[in-house]
Design a protein around this ligand. Structure first.
Ligand code: PHE
Length: 491
C-alpha cells in the first residue's frame, strides 16, 4: 500500500545548513580527528587532510546533495531515477550506514554515561580502569546505548521539520557555545599554548602512505560521504537552497569544529594518548586536575554526545526514508524497524568488547569489524562510485543543469568540479582504496584484539585496547613493557 504521508522537508536555508552540519559534525570530529592527527605527524597530517577535504570531500558532497535535491527521493530511488538500474548504489550506502550505526551508537552511549559520571564526580582516580570496567561490562553500557537510541528514535518519529530540523536548531548552537567555551578555557591551561604549537607544527617524518589513507578516510567519514545521509538531507532542501553554498558552509563548519576539538585536546597536553583512550581516559584525567574540572569534563562529554546525536539522526533518517518511501510504511513503522536494527547491532557491538570478546573474525571483535569494514572498504568504494555516477553516468546536460542551477556551482567553477568528479576523485580514491585494502588484509594476519597479560609480581593487569586498528602494535612480538605508575596507593 502506498504511503500517503506528505514528504517532509526543511523549512529554509539555515535549517538545511544546521541539519547537514549536524550530520557532518560528530564523533569523527571530536573523538577521531584529534587522535588520527597526533598519530600522523600533527600539522603535516592536517595539511594533507585539508587537501582531501577541498579536492575530494567538497565535490563529492556537492554531488551527493545534488542527487538528492534533483530527485527529491530516498537514496535508492534517487540513483535509480537518474539512471535506471543504479538503485543498488543507494542500497550499498544504506547498508553501510546501518553497520556504522552498530558501533557509533555504542560510543554515543558512552558519552551519556561520561557526562553523568563527570557531573556527579564519580569517575574516581583511575580513569583507565573506569573506562575498561565500564566498556567491558554487560548491562551498563547497553543501558546508556539504548537510552541514546531511544532519544534518536523520538527525534526521527517527530518528522523532518518537527524532529530533525528542530533538534538541529537547538543542538547545533549549544554545541558551538560549548566548543568555544572549552577552547577558550583550554588555552588558559598551563602549557596549553606550548602544547598546541608542538602539535600543529608539521612533522613530515611521520608522513607515510598510511597518512594519506587516514586523511582521505577521515575526510569522507567526517563529511558523511556516500552513505545516503547527505543525499536524503539534500532531498529535503527547499527549492532555491543554494547547494554549493550549503556544501561550503557545511565543510567549513565541520573543519572548524575538528580543528577546535584538536586545540582543546592538545592544549590539555594529551597528544601522546591514542585511540579511544584520548577522549575517554586522557580528557577526564586532565580536567580532574583543574578547579571545577569535573564540570568541564561533563561539558566536554555533553559536547561529544550532542555531536553524536546530530549525526546518528541523519544515519537513521536515511534508512527510515527507504522504508517509508519504498516500502510504503508509515514513518512510525519505518523508524521502528530501523531502531530495531540499531538495537540489535549495537547490542552485539557493545557485548563484543566484554562478554563476547572471545568471538572474533580474523582477530577482530564485532565492534572493530564494523568500524574497519565500513571505514576501509565501504567508505572509499562509495566515494569512487558516487564520483563515477555523477561524473560519468548522469547525463551531462542534466547533471550540469542541476549543479549550475540557481544557487548552485557558478559557471566558472563548474568545469573544475566536473573534472574533479570525473578524474581526480575516482583515480585518487581508487589508489588509496587499493592500498587500504592491502594494509587491511595485512592487519588481519596480525591479530591484535583486546589482550590481557597477567604479570606475576607485583600483580598487574595490562590492557591493550584498540584491536587491529592499532597496526603499530604487534602484540605477539612485545618483549618489554614500560610501566609508568601514575598513582600509588600506599596501603
Ligand atoms: N560525519 C559523522 C562524524 O563525523 C559520521 C557519519 C557518517 C554521519 C556517515 C552520517 C553518515 O562523526
Amino acid at each position: 500500500m502506498a504511503n500517503t504521508e506528505k514528504r517532509g522537508g526543511f523549512g529554509g536555508k539555515v535549517a538545511a545548513i544546521l541539519a547537514a552540519a549536524g550530520s557532518a559534525i560528530g564523533l569523527g570530529n571530536i573523538w577521531r580527528f584529534p587522535y588520527i592527527t597526533s598519530e600522523n605527524g600533527g600539522g603535516a597530517f592536517i595539511l594533507i587532510y585539508l587537501v582531501c577535504i577541498l579536492f575530494l570531500g567538497l565535490p563529492l558532497l556537492i554531488a551527493e546533495f545534488s542527487v538528492g535535491h534533483n530527485t527529491k527521493k530516498n537514496p535508492i530511488d534517487a540513483f535509480a531515477t537518474i539512471k535506471k538500474g543504479w538503485g543498488w548504489l543507494g542500497a550499498m550506502g544504506l547498508i553501510s550506514v546501518t553497520l556504522i550505526m552498530g558501533y557509533y551508537f555504542v560510543i554515543s552511549g558512552w558519552t551519556l554515561n561520561y557526562t553523568i559520571a563527570s557531573a556527579a564526580n564519580s569517575i574516581g582516580g583511575d580513569f583507565g580502569a573506569f573506562f575498561t570496567d565500564f566498556t567491558t561490562a554487560t548491562w551498563k553500557p547497553l543501558i546508556y546505548t539504548y537510552l541514546f537510541i531511544i532519544a534518536n528514535h523520538a527525534i526521527i518519529t517527530s518528522g523532518v521539520q518537527g524532529g530533525i530540523e528542530k533538534a538541529s536548531k537547538i543542538m547545533m548552537p549549544v554545541l558551538f557555545v560549548i566548543l568555544i567555551s572549552l577552547a577558550v578555557y583550554s588555552l588558559w591551561l598551563p602549557d596549553g599554548r606550548e602544547a598546541l604549537v608542538n602539535v600543529f607544527t608539521p612533522d613530515f617524518s611521520k608522513v607515510t602512505g598510511k597518512t594519506f589513507l587516514d586523511a582521505m578516510g577521515q575526510a569522507f567519514f567526517t563529511l558523511s560521504i556516500g552513505m545516503g545521509a547527505m543525499l536524503i538531507y539534500g532531498s529535503y532542501f527547499k527549492d532555491g537552497t543554494k547547494i554549493a553554498g550549503t556544501a561550503i558552509s557545511v565543510v567549513s563548519l565541520d573543519t572548524l569544529v575538528a580543528l577546535m576539538a584538536a586545540v582543546i585536546i592538545f592544549s590539555a597536553g594529551v597528544e601522546n594518548e591514542s585511540g579511544m583512550q584520548l577522549a575517554f581516559v586522557a580528557m577526564p584525567k586532565v580536567f580532574s586536575a583543574m578547579p571545577f574540572g569535573n564540570l568541564w569534563a561533563a561539558l566536554f562529554f555533553l559536547l561529544l554526545g550532542l555531536a553524536a546525536l546530530s549525526s546518528t539522526i541523519s544515519m537513521h533518517e536515511a534508512v527510515t526514508s527507504y522504508f517509508v518511501e519504498k516500502r510504503g510504511m508509515s514513518r512510525k513503522h519505518g523508524a521502528r524497524l530501523v531502531t530495531l536494527f540499531a538495537l540489535i547491532l549495537a547490542t552485539v557491538a557493545s557485548l563484543s568488547l566484554g562478554d563476547w570478546s572471545e568471538y572474533t573474525v580474523a582477530g577482530m571483535n564485532f565492534f572493530a569489524l564494523l568500524d574497519n569494514f565500513t571505514a576501509i572498504v565501504m567508505l572509499p568504494l562509495l566515494g569512487i562510485l558516487t564520483a563515477v555516477f555523477v561524473g560519468w553516468v548522469w547525463k551531462k546536460q542534466d547533471m550540469k543543469a542541476e549543479l549550475t542551477a540557481e544557487g548552485g556551482v557558478d559557471k566558472a567553477t563548474y568545469p573544475a568540479i566536473r573534472f574533479l568528479l570525473r578524474y581526480v576523485c575516482p583515480v585518487l580514491v581508487s589508489v588509496v582504496f587499493v592500498f587500504g585494502i592491502a594494509s587491511f588484509i595485512k592487519s588481519l594476519n596480525t591479530p591484535a584484539e583486546v589482550e590481557t597479560v597477567e604479570a606475576e609480581t607485583p600483580e598487574v593487569t595490562l590492557h591493550i585496547m584498540g584491536g587491529s586498528e592499532r597496526e603499530d602494535i604487534d602484540i605477539e612480538n612485545i618483549e618489554r613493557v614500560k610501566l609508568t605508575v601514575v598513582e600509588t596507593n600506599n596501603n
